[in-house]
Design a protein around this ligand. Structure first.
Ligand code: NAP
Length: 157
């Protein structure tokens, strides 16, 4: 099954200067636990940030540069190529922005963490409401700094 997983603020911000705009251990643990045992597909910038955490996981990173090889991940040159390399049943599309948009038609579920805060940023999650409109599970968590809502959404078709 192909899933999207993302955390975003009220204003859809997901990234700033190549990094997450926040440090939220509760969401990071959720992300790592949820994707554990699956195949993680991500763009080059995401890989650069995620690489230190990629051990013991199947990570497939994307670049259009056919001469480049990611050191600790499988290298793919398109989403179709990445999907063909995935060895696990659960596939997790981990961003960024263009990859999420490209994967919308292929994904069955969206694992979305909504962070009740307006962050500054330069990367955004595409508008999902019309595509993933069916709520499967919903859980609110209050952290020291933020209110989080963990949602699992499905297409209503
Ligand atoms: N909050 C969250 O849950 C979350 C999740 C993901 C990312 N983020 C944030 O978002 C930012 C990174 O996302 P981004 O959108 O800027 O970059 P990105 O998608 O991680 O990386 C972009 C690069 O990936 C390669 N790429 C992407 N799609 C491709 C495709 N279909 N085929 C071949 N190569 C492809 C290209 O590399 P080449 O230029 O080498 O060809 C492209 O320039 C960071 O700030 C990160 O922290 C946040």
């Amino acid at each position: 099954m192909i899933n999207l997983i993302v955390a975003c603020g009220n204003n859809r911000v997901i990234g700033k200067n190549g990094r997450l705009p926040w440090t939220i251990p509760e969401d990071w643990d959720y992300f790592m636990n949820t994707t554990s045992g699956g195949s993680m597909i991500m763009g080059k910038t995401c890989y650069d940030e995620f690489a230190p955490h990629s051990h013991d996981r199947e990570v497939i990173a994307l670049t259009r540069d056919h001469t480049f090889r990611f050191p600790h991940a499988k290298t793919a040159h398109s989403l179709t190529h990445a999907l063909s390399l995935a060895e696990n049943e659960q596939i997790w599309i981990c961003g960024g922005e263009a990859l999420y948009q490209e994967a919308f038609p292929l994904a069955s579920r969206l694992y979305l963490t909504l962070i009740e805060h307006d962050f500054e940023g330069d990367v955004f999650f595409p508008s999902w409401e019309k595509t993933f409109s069916k709520i499967l599970t919903q859980r609110k968590v209050q952290t020291e700094e933020f209110t989080l809502e963990f949602l699992v959404l499905e297409k209503n078709e």
